[in-house]
Every structure is written in structure tokens, then in C-alpha cells.
Ligand binder design. Structure first.
Ligand code: ADP
Ligand code: MG
Length: 692
């Protein structure tokens, strides 16, 4: 028989003892190839490294002893049940090992020989025994940490250990190490082969540590390098229009800034200067404006839009929801009221006839600025001369999507892109999630903003909360009441917007204007309700998270969030960001009956800070391992080893490593660096795959 050569991508059933049936079980765990096996990491280890003494055995303790089988094991049959007992001796002390229904054990243990046993102790009076222990011949016991894998019905730890060991030995010395050896040396990393072998079968705790360090380094390094290469490639290959002003444009801008109802903050001025500088340099802009809720990102974007338009290019402003698109449209109409700029609004709800007029205006160039939802990027929307795309984002605007922009810009060039973040994220995370963007920080809020006083409350406090709402209304201020659901449900005991609306409008405040807003209403109804609320006609807006992002009514100064435990920290911060937008002191009440400590921690974090960056850090910490903090949502590949909160030092380290390599070899032309490319492409797994 010829022996199959086993490669990284060989199917799992190439291994002896893995038939079709077993293979199917492995497939259930996502394990199809040798490579899948190598990268299926243990979730924990059985620790056999510490040796115990029989005299110290305590009930139900996990116990590892080296002992001699002092007599031939006995077999007792009880109906269909078989019980094997073996007396074990250690320095004159005895313990009995007991196995149920494993008759073969009798012949595998030799009286007089020494073994290492690992099992759970049972103490019944004077009787002590070791239940179903595993064992290995003493002296051969060099794998003292035995991997524990996540399993599926029908597979055992033994199966996983066996195939993983086989895969490792079949591929020995045949795996390429992606990292240049100099890098490995600089960061004191073991080889990939060592890491893969020892993450599965460590001999010491140090082995586990070293292997994780190396594999975690790869996860981050390859991803960050990939994102940086995409960024560089964009800078080189993507040609955007050169938007250069002249004196006339500068004068117009200056006049426009002076006409604004407020002074720009230092941070806003700085961001504007940065953008203008990039424009004038003829660079292709692809940046993120990171700022907390209410930091005033919109006007920065509006500046860039005006600049672009006055230089003769069109701009498009994209929002995640139609409510927000309409609001931006209104805001921009106000901001540009004294200018000659032509604006249009296009959402999925725009009537066909109107849509046609807009499309015509765009291709002819009579419309300067288009505001809308993702409808603005449909293929049928063609521009005359598109220069700038603003994205008020919730989700990642993919590399691929941007590439498409070039196809219908009307000038064959890629528009400049400015992304406005919806929520602040910790810096280390920004390095990953936005690794392909330049980042502009808006760290200062407009002056006079008071932090939103935030408290938790329980059901028994409801009358007090209602008195507080009344006080706001008497002051001609407005409020939001946010609920986790639209309607009552028999399955969940949560406050619904409809339920609370009925309660407030009929029972509590029958003389006041209470309105109900949620995502299931027609577009027209939603606009009418928002318009009434923004004009001050509505006192209390009962709503769902449709108002989460960006809605801006400075006269709304109180928010009650029902079942606050149902929301994530970042989301609560976003919601709260709808108030505290004017100069009056605002109040946020988090209603929750929950005693779940995790939920309580989130609410406390919110009560103790108004700073989105602090809250983002806290969020990352509270979510703990296993939650990728929007990584998946942002279309990035997952992490198996790295924990984005705990491994922040590693993120900085790998980031530095990326910079170092690119500094010396920006195009990865050196042989050692060139070898990185296939590994990076594989790690990025972006769709469609970027050409690096
Ligand atoms: P966000 O960064 O959350 O998108 P917005 O752009 O919606 O914030 O701005 C929040 C509020 O602050 C708006 O009402 C806006 O008019 C106001 N604003 C923006 N810049 C300033 C400023 N420099 N001074 C005073 N108010 C400002
Ligand atoms: Mg905004």
C-alpha cells in the first residue's frame, strides 16, 4: 500500500482510525483538514503536573498520584455492570482505584508496576477511592498538561487528542513559519511549529504561555499588517480628485464659518484644518472622525462638503437610517441656508417621480450634495463629478464598497471618504477595527455642555420619576422614554413602547402631548412624529432604539430608559447621547429591576461617567473574553487566542512590529517579508479578497 502524504489541507479522514462516520462528527466541530485540527485549540488543560500524596486525599478533589498497582485488579460483575478495582500503594499508604464498565483495564494494569493516576477522590468514612482515573505509565508521563477540547456528542477527549497528535507528527518539519526570524528574535517568540505542538501538548506551564504568546502575536500581527497594507495600497493606487481651493473658495468658507450659530471648538477647527490640509496636499483621504456623541462631528463633515462643492465637486452624505438621513438633510439645509449649495434627499422611501428628478440632477451636476441612506450608493445612482463621500456609520464601510464608489463617480476617480464613528472605541481597538483608516480625534465637546446626571431606579420609584418628567414639561422641556420592545409580548416581561405610551398618555399625563415612535411605522408617520417632537409640540416621545443614533433635539433634557439591563453599555451611552445636547442640565434615569451583577455593573459604569472613551474601555472590560466587541460586525476575522481587552499590550506590540517592518521594507520586497503575504491574505479573509 502506498502511504498518503499528509499535507496541511489534507482531509481529516486521511488519518488512520477516522472513518466516514467519525469524520462527520469532526466536521460538526468545523474540523475538516489537518490545519483545522492544528488550530482547534484546547479550551483548558488537565493539570497532571502536581503530584499528590494519598494521605492528603480529600473528598471530590481532583488528584494526581504516582503509585504502584499492588495486586492484580479484581473484577466484579453486577448484572450488566462490571466494576474493576485496583489497590494502589504509595509509600505504605493505600487507595483503591475504581472503574465502571471498562473491563479492558484489568489487563492493561500490571501488578507491581508504577503509574501516574489522575481522577477524582471519593471518601466514604474510612473508604477512600479514586473514581474512574486515567493513567499513564510512570516515567513516560511527560505530557503533564492534557488538553481539554470543546466536544460534540460522539467524540471524546481521547479522539481529539489522538487525531491532533497524529496531525502534528505527520506535519512535523513541514510547516513554514510566517514570521521573519529577526522578528521572532526581537519579540522573543518561539517558532510556529513549537507553538502549535505545545499549545496542544505542553510539558510545562511555561510552554502554554509561550505558545499562546506566539499564536496570539500571529493573529494580531498578520491582521494588522494586512490592514496597513490595504491602507498603503489605497494611498498609492487610489486616485482621488485633487480638490484645491482658491481665494474665492477660502473667502466663501470663512464667511460660512462666521455665519454659524456657534463658534467652532478647538477640536473641530483642528479636524477641519487636518482635512483641508490633506485635500490641498492632493492626498486621497480615507479617514475616520472619532468623537464622542455630541462632540459635533456633523459640522466638521459639513465643512468638508462645502469645501468640496465650492471646488466644483459633488458630495454625498450617507446615514445608517432614514430618520437620521432626514435629520442630516434638515441640519445641512439650515447650515447652508445662506449659501448657493443645492441639496437633495434620497432614501428607500423617496417617490419614484422624485427619485427620477434627483437622479437627473445628479448626473447633470445641478445637485451639489446628496444626503441619504445606502440608497445613495445603488448602481443606478450616477454622479456627474463626485468628490467626497461622508459616511455616518454604524457598521464598517468595507474596503470593497469604497472600491465601488469609483465606478459611478462620473470622473473615473475615487471620491475621498470621511467616516464618522457612531461610538468611541478604545484606541487599541481602533488600531484593529479601523486599521485601514487614518484617524482624526475630536476630543473636546462644545462649551457649556453639562454632563448628563444619570441614576438607576426601580419600579417602586416610578411615581418619583413621573414627577421629574412633569417638572421638565412645566419648564417647557421635552423627554424621551425608551423601551426595548415595540409591543407587549407574552414571552417576555419587558416594558413595550406601546404599553408605556398607553399608560403615560391615558393614565399619567392625559393633558400632555405624548407621542409614540418606532421602526414599524410608515416613513411618513415617522417624519411627522419627529417633526412634531423637534418643533417642541410633543412633550414626551415614547420610543424604541430607532432614536439611538444621531437624533438631535437640544430641548430634550430628560430620558427614561425602561429595562435598561437589556441594552449594552455602548448602546446606553448612545441613547443617553440624545440628551445633554443643549445648555440645560439633563437627566437620565435607568429603570431596571435586574439584580444580575453584570447588568448592574453596566448601569453603574454609565452612572459614573459621561465620557464615551472611558465607557468604551469599561465596556470592553465587562464583556470579557469571547465577545469580539463588534469585530464580527465590522466584518473582521475572529480571534481564537487574543482577548482584545486583556491583550492590549500585545496589540501595541504587534502594531509596533508592523510599523517597524513596513518602515524598513514598505512594499514587503525582501524575501523573508515577502513570505508573509499568503499568510496575511489568509488571516484577513475579507470578501472579496483584497489584492495585496
Ligand atoms: P455628533 O458628534 O454626536 O454627531 P452633532 O454634530 O450632532 O454631534 O452635534 C451635537 C450638537 O452640538 C448639535 O446640536 C450641534 O448643533 C451642536 N454643536 C456642534 N458644534 C458646536 C459648537 N462648536 N458649539 C456649540 N454647539 C455645537
Ligand atoms: Mg452624529
Amino acid at each position: 500500500m502506498t502511504k498518503n502524504v499528509i499535507e496541511l489541507n489534507s482531509p481529516i479522514n486521511i488519518l488512520p482510525g477516522v472513518g466516514e462516520k467519525k469524520a462527520k462528527l469532526f466536521h460538526k466541530l468545523g474540523l475538516r483538514s489537518m490545519k483545522d485540527l492544528l488550530y482547534y485549540f484546547p479550551r483548558d488543560y488537565e493539570d497532571w503536573s502536581e503530584r499528590h500524596s494519598i494521605t492528603e486525599a480529600a473528598d471530590s478533589q481532583w488528584f494526581t498520584i504516582e503509585a504502584v498497582v499492588s495486586a492484580v485488579p479484581t473484577v466484579q460483575l453486577k448484572g450488566r455492570l462490571s466494576i474493576i478495582r485496583a489497590k494502589l500503594e504509595q509509600n505504605g499508604a493505600f487507595i483503591t482505584a475504581v472503574w465502571f464498565n471498562q473491563p479492558w483495564i484489568k489487563d492493561s494494569l500490571k501488578a507491581g508496576s508504577s503509574y501516574v493516576f489522575h481522577g477524582q477522590v471519593s471518601r466514604r468514612g474510612k473508604q477512600i477511592s479514586l473514581q474512574n482515573p486515567q493513567y499513564i505509565i510512570a516515567g513516560k508521563a511527560d505530557f503533564l498538561f492534557r488538553p481539554i477540547y470543546p466536544l460534540t456528542q460522539g467524540l471524546t477527549q481521547y479522539d481529539l487528542r489522538r487525531v491532533t497528535a497524529l496531525a502534528l507528527s505527520s506535519l512535523k518539519n513541514r510547516q513554514e513559519d510566517p514570521l521573519p526570524s529577526s522578528l521572532r528574535k526581537d519579540y522573543k517568540l518561539c517558532t510556529l511549529e513549537y507553538a502549535l505542538e505545545h499549545i496542544h501538548f505542553p510539558k510545562t506551564k511555561q510552554d502554554i504561555h509561550l505558545s499562546r504568546e506566539r499564536l496570539g502575536f500571529d493573529e494580531l500581527f498578520l491582521l494588522q499588517m494586512g490592514l496597513r497594507l490595504i491602507k498603503l495600497r489605497h494611498k498609492e493606487q487610489i486616485v482621488s480628485p485633487i480638490i484645491k481651493g482658491n481665494k474665492d473658495v477660502d473667502d466663501k468658507l470663512q464667511k460660512w464659518v462666521q455665519s454659524l450659530p456657534y463658534e467652532l471648538t478647538g477640536a473641530q477647527n483642528q479636524a477641519i484644518a487636518d482635512i483641508e490640509h490633506d485635500f490641498k496636499q492632493g492626498k486621497s483621504i480615507n479617514s475616520l472622525i472619532q468623537g464622542d456623541v455630541g462632540s459635533g462631528k456633523t459640522v466638521v463633515a459639513a465643512y468638508a462638503v462645502a469645501y468640496t462643492s465650492w471646488c466644483g465637486y459633488q458630495a454625498v452624505f450617507m446615514a445608517p437610517t432614514s430618520i437620521l438621513a432626514k435629520q442630516h438633510f434638515q441640519t445641512l439645509i439650515d447650515l447652508y441656508s445662506d449659501t448657493d449649495l443645492e441639496l437633495a434627499l434620497l432614501t428607500g422611501e423617496t417617490k419614484k417621480s422624485e427619485r427620477e428628478i434627483i437622479l437627473k440632477g445628479l448626473i447633470e451636476g445641478s445637485i451639489d450634495v446628496l444626503i441619504g441612506t445606502h440608497a445613495v450608493l445603488e448602481e443606478t445612482v450616477k454622479y456627474n463629478n463626485l468628490g467626497l463621500c461622508i459616511i455616518d456609520e454604524q457598521h464598517r464601510f468595507g474596503v470593497e464598497q469604497r472600491a465601488r464608489l469609483g465606478e459611478f463617480s462620473g470622473n473615473g476617480l475615487f471620491p475621498h471618504v470621511l467616516v464618522m464613528s457612531a461610538t468611541p472605541i478604545p484606541r487599541t481597538l481602533a488600531l484593529i477595527i479601523y486599521g485601514d483608516l487614518d484617524i482624526t480625534l475630536l476630543q473636546e465637546k462644545p462649551p457649556g455642555r453639562l454632563p448628563v446626571a444619570t441614576y438607576t431606579a426601580r419600579e417602586k420609584d416610578r411615581p418619583r420619576v413621573e414627577r421629574l418628567l412633569l417638572k421638565r414639561m412645566e419648564n417647557k422641556e421635552q423627554a424621551y422614554v425608551v423601551c426595548p420592545m415595540i409591543e407587549d409580548s407574552s414571552q417576555q416581561d419587558l416594558e413595550s413602547a406601546t404599553g408605556i405610551y398607553n399608560y403615560l398618555s391615558q393614565k399619567v399625563f392625559p393633558d400632555r402631548n405624548i407621542a409614540l415612535l418606532h421602526g414599524k411605522l410608515s416613513a411618513r408617520a415617522k417624519s411627522a412624529i419627529m417633526a412634531d417632537f423637534n418643533s417642541g409640540l410633543t412633550d414626551i416621545l415614547v420610543t424604541t432604539t430607532v432614536i439611538e443614533v444621531g437624533v438631535d433635539n437640544p430641548n430634550a433634557t430628560m430620558m427614561v430608559i425602561e429595562n435598561a439591563e437589556r441594552f449594552g453599555l455602548a448602546q446606553l451611552h448612545q441613547l443617553r447621547g440624545r440628551i445633554g445636547r443643549g445648555t440645560k442640565e439633563s437627566l437620565c434615569v435607568l429603570m431596571s429591576e435586574s439584580d444580575d451583577p453584570k447588568a448592574r455593573n453596566r448601569l453603574t459604569a454609565l452612572c459614573s461617567s459621561n465620557d464615551g472613551f472611558v465607557i468604551a474601555e469599561e465596556d470592553l472590560k465587562l464583556r470579557g473574553p469571547g465577545d469580539f466587541f463588534g469585530i464580527k460586525q465590522h466584518g473582521l476575522p475572529e480571534f481564537k487566542i487574543v482577548n482584545l481587552y486583556e491583550d492590549r499590550d500585545l496589540i501595541l506590540k504587534t502594531n509596533e512590529a508592523v510599523e517597524k517592518i513596513l518602515h524598513a521594507d514598505p512594499k514587503l520586497e525582501q524575501v523573508e517579508n515577502r513570505k508573509l503575504l499568503p499568510f496575511i491574505t489568509e488571516r484577513l479573509k475579507l470578501n472579496p479578497e483584497p489584492v495585496l
